[in-house]
Ligand binder design. Structure first.
Ligand code: K7E
Ligand code: CUA
Length: 684
């Protein structure tokens, strides 16, 4: 669920169900114990000895922290946060000049978002460890994270959309990732009465070209009726070429949705034939319309991001392209839609339904061929429920949300209201096992569990409410994840660990698919950053009007230059700091007193730039923030700030060693930059 952090959501869910004539009780608000769920050998099953590696990388979305948490499984150890949509003062992401453009949108620079669904790139339907995509839920965007650097390298804004929730699920070849509107809005957005919802509000489903890094773009947007589009998954195998989306609010309510969007017994699963859409567009049946959105790319060679504003988008009206969209009635306000590894079954999470409905792709094709329609909605054929349904899992539990697969013919569904994971069999639809989880599970995740080849060893339960699970930390507690062994017939609880942010979905894959491909440092010799320094002697200070640029090298354990003069009140100062180390994991930081943004953190070989506007005269220390050597505490310097118009000359103090480098360089090459002379002029 999207906003299900607090216990009141449980009550709300129960009330909703009561309104629908059913009374569900959340069994997840009991207090106390249940500590003995774990079997005796559980500890040894998750124990990763000092110096040993975890078996899987797991990527957990951070929800409202706008980031991604990288955890090792089975230990549950937190390895890293990848900054995506939210500024991160810890790394300087979104604060330094290099990465600021990554947060650019048509609404301006947005320093925050809400991440829900990490999605690994796939080759032939199997996660391949190249990239991880993630959606922004509030201001719709999709991002690419490069899994050799664990850095966000690309962000694309989605126009004509609001609430980019059904995103960024991939096709089996990663040709496309998708983004669909959770909130329908006027398309093109306009000043209209909210009660003109039915006439004016539309949904869109965007197919985003994703297989070429640095070149993400919207291939086309399909204009859909004004429902809420919740989640999506691509077909695979026989259903390759199709994409499935859940909808709710087919009532098209625009107020008190809690009640008004829960009237219909069935909403729809939308089946989109995207190859047919490609075909229609090739035949000129699409329409290019004006739309403004940003594409932001971090250049690998310079480490600098650039923003490009796009001005149009290709749209397709399903009525102009018969056969591109069908609706399958699906009970009731479905949340997740998950396609099994064979590609035959589409499982819906009918969160207010009493069953788990499963559609058959084979039957769907037959129903289309037979025109087994129950009329249409806005020209889109509605297939008969009985014609596409493969089966219903009876009495699965309360509040089914999401399903993943183990690759051995079993499915695992999360039950939000009854707080359990339910294992059932594809084809016979019988419930095989249940595991209580604490509390209120949202998504669940099996490594590769939405792909053609799940690594069906564990399921991770991503829970919303921790209550009494951990030492209390005031009114707000962390969310939790629980690792369950699914290698045998019965599920076994192994581990319970707190998570940061609100992980909605997660994905995981075997560590060896990523581990040995890690970049250890950026090659200094190949840096294309315009303000890089490749040796200490290249540091210096220059002025151009009221702008002062300071180029600096950072190396254990000093900055070069380390003392600077000639800066004046009213100047805008840019510190361009290059970590000139060429050694794995030797990181330096940079912070200056009174700076209003954050620190810089420089990976080896990287240049980062801090903007600083000194407001008062004085001497300002700066220092390295990352404990880099025994003499880290000595890694410091001063900037002198004089009054505006002062005649204190520019001075950058560099070491004897650097002076020697400069002398050597100038004797070899007479006409070398006088910026360096300037720097060397006033040395110690
Ligand atoms: Cu169920 Cu946003 Cu995929 Cu929350 S979502 S759980
Ligand atoms: Cu460099 Cu501490």
């Amino acid at each position: 669920m999207t906003t299900s952090k607090h216990p009141r959501t449980l009550i709300a869910a129960a009330v909703t169900c009561a309104a629908a004539g059913l009374v569900f009780y959340a069994c997840s608000t009991t207090t106390g114990g249940n500590a003995n769920l774990a079997s005796g050998d559980a500890a040894s099953r998750v124990y990763v000895a000092p110096g040993q590696y975890d078996q899987y990388y797991a990527f957990l979305s951070g929800g409202y922290n706008g980031q991604i948490g990288v955890y090792g499984l089975p230990s549950g150890r937190l390895l890293k946060f990848v900054s995506v949509y939210s500024q991160n003062p810890e790394t300087g992401w979104g604060y330094n000049e290099e990465t600021k453009p990554m947060l650019q949108t048509t609404f301006g620079s947005i320093p925050w978002d809400d991440t829900h669904h990490p999605e690994l790139s796939q080759t032939d339907g199997v996660p391949d460890g190249r990239w991880l995509f993630i959606n922004a839920n509030n201001t719709p965007r999709v991002a690419r994270v490069d899994l050799t650097t664990f850095e966000t390298t690309e962000i694309l804004q989605i126009p004509n959309s609001a609430g980019g929730h059904a995103s960024p699920f991939t096709t089996p070849d990663t040709k496309y990732i998708v983004s669909a509107t959770r909130f329908s809005i006027p398309v093109h957005n306009a000043d209209v009465a909210i009660n003109s919802y039915k006439q004016n509000f539309k949904g869109t489903v965007s197919f985003i070209r994703a297989d070429q890094p640095g070149k993400m773009d919207i291939a086309f947007q399909i204009l859909m009726p004004g429902y809420n589009y919740d989640l999506g998954h691509a077909g695979k195998g026989p259903s390759d070429g199709w994409f499935f989306f859940t909808t709710y609010n087919t009532e098209q309510a625009h107020e008190k949705l809690e009640l008004n969007a829960s009237q219909n017994d069935k909403d729809f699963m939308a089946a989109v034939n995207y190859r047919a859409a490609e075909q229609c567009i090739a035949e000129g049946k699409g329409r290019t319309v004006p739309a403004e959105y940003y594409h932001n790319v971090l250049d690998e060679k310079s480490g600098q991001a650039h923003s490009e504003k796009k001005t149009s988008v290709m749209t397709l009206d399903p009525n102009a392209c018969p056969g591109v969209v069908y609706f399958m009635p699906t009970p009731k306000s479905p949340h997740g839609v998950d396609v099994d590894p064979t590609g035959e079954y589409m499982v819906a999470g009918g969160k207010l339904a009493t069953v788990i409905p499963v559609h058959s792709f084979k039957k769907m094709q037959q129903a289309i061929a037979d025109k087994a329609f129950d009329g249409d909605e806005y020209g889109i054929p509605v297939l008969k429920y009985s014609a596409t349904i493969a089966g219903e899992v009876q009495k699965p539990g309360l509040g089914p949300l999401h399903t993943e697969f183990d690759g051995k013919g079993n499915a695992y569904t999360s039950m939000f209201i009854s707080s359990e994971i339910v294992k059932w069999k594809l084809g016979t639809w019988e419930v095989l096992d249940r595991m209580p989880v604490y509390y209120s599970v949202g998504h669940l995740m099996i490594p590769g569990g939405d792909s053609k080849k799940p690594w069906g060893q564990y399921v991770l339960s991503l829970n919303k409410i921790t209550k009494d699970r951990y030492l209390p930390t005031g009114p707000e507690l962390s969310q939790s994840a629980q690792l369950i062994d699914i290698s045998g017939n019965k599920m076994k609880m192994l581990l319970d660990f707190p998570t940061i942010g609100e992980p909605h979905y997660a994905q995981a894959l075997p560590a060896e698919l990523i581990r040995d491909k890690q970049l250890k440092f950026y090659k200094l010799a190949e840096s294309a950053h315009p303000d890089v320094v490749k040796a200490e002697s290249e540091g210096g200070i220059t002025r151009s009007g009221k702008r002062v640029d300071i180029k600096m090298a950072a190396i254990r354990s000093h900055f070069a230059p380390d003392n600077l003069e000639g800066v004046q009140v009213g100047d805008t100062v840019y510190f361009h700091v290059t970590n000139i180390e060429q050694d794995w994991d030797i990181v330096h930081g940079f912070a200056v007193m009174g700076a209003e943004n954050a620190e810089l953190i420089m990976a080896p070989g990287a240049t980062r730039t801090l903007k600083w506007i000194p407001k008062a005269t004085g001497v300002y220390p700066f220092y390295c923030t990352d404990f880099c050597s025994a003499l880290h505490q000595e890694m410091q310097g001063y900037v002198r700030v004089s009054p505006a118009g002062s005649n204190v000359p520019l001075m950058a103090n560099i070491s004897k060693k650097a002076q020697a480098q400069i002398a050597k360089a100038t004797s070899e090459k007479k006409d070398d930059s006088h910026e360096r002379h300037e720097a060397a002029r006033k040395d110690r």
